[in-house]
Design a protein around this ligand. Sequence first.
Ligand code: NAI
Length: 270
Amino acid sequence: MAYNLLKGKKGIIFGALDEKSIAWKTALRCHEEGAQLVLTNAPVALRMGEINKLAEAVNAPVIGADVTNMDDLKKLFEETQKHFGGKIDFILHSIGMSLNVRKNKHYTEIDYGFNQKTLDISAMSLHRVLRTAWEQDALNEWASVVALTYIAAQRVFPDYNEMADAKALLEGVARNFGYHYGIKKKVRVNTVSQSPTRTTAGSGVKGFDGFISYAEKMSPLGNATADQCADYCVTLFSDLTRMVTMQNLFHDGGFSFTGVSHAVIEQMEK
Ligand code: NAI
């Protein structure tokens, strides 16, 4: 059901790779709610061509940008403002990549060169995006920026590897830049900490099947889906959540505050 929550708003969606992507679902929901969009992803992801289907469905241009490249980001924000004929109201940062996970490096043996790239792509990219917007004064007052994160930033999930550190850094950037942008222009910056979700990035985590069913059993409401995450992002982009900023918001069916569930105790007693 649509409520016109984003009528007249304009946003950039980073990270729609394929139909499973959280960013893909969020773009569809934002469109349903009346927003105008620009889609962006890394040039290598654009070459897959999938994003063109989404672009057609939400009537949005696709502008390539590697989030670790400041020139790409400058061009993205300039072209986006030209396309909209004005400033931007919301941004979804839905980006994650671990080189050490890809290369099967154990956490205790990570390659530091790969690690720097992981932190740059998955965490400092939020700083780069916000800084580019800041320097071009590209955001409207009360604009809303959301980045997706995972609870491994606070608690140990051993196979999440270096991404746990990347998410902790990402949440730190959201808090710190959120402070400065709040004062400068009432811009809100938050992270949404999502349940494990079957996507390309999610399934890259070792032991993902066990991981996702454990989370399902540990969450009173069950795991939150990508579609439900898209709904939540819409509320954060809307004017109904104007005073929420610098927060890490758990969207996980109650997982984060559950010590143990009856379902898990029963499993242990078997
Ligand atoms: P996905 O694989 O569909 O999305 C990741 C995106 O990052 C892809 O579109 C990819 O092209 C983009 N990306 C990678 N390197 C880039 C670069 N250099 N420049 C620009 N874009 C780049 O997977 P998913 O799950 O939708 O991931 C979205 C976000 O949600 C990520 O931050 C992820 O860590 C987070 N998240 C995912 C969970 C899951 O279980 N799937 C759980 C909690 C958070």
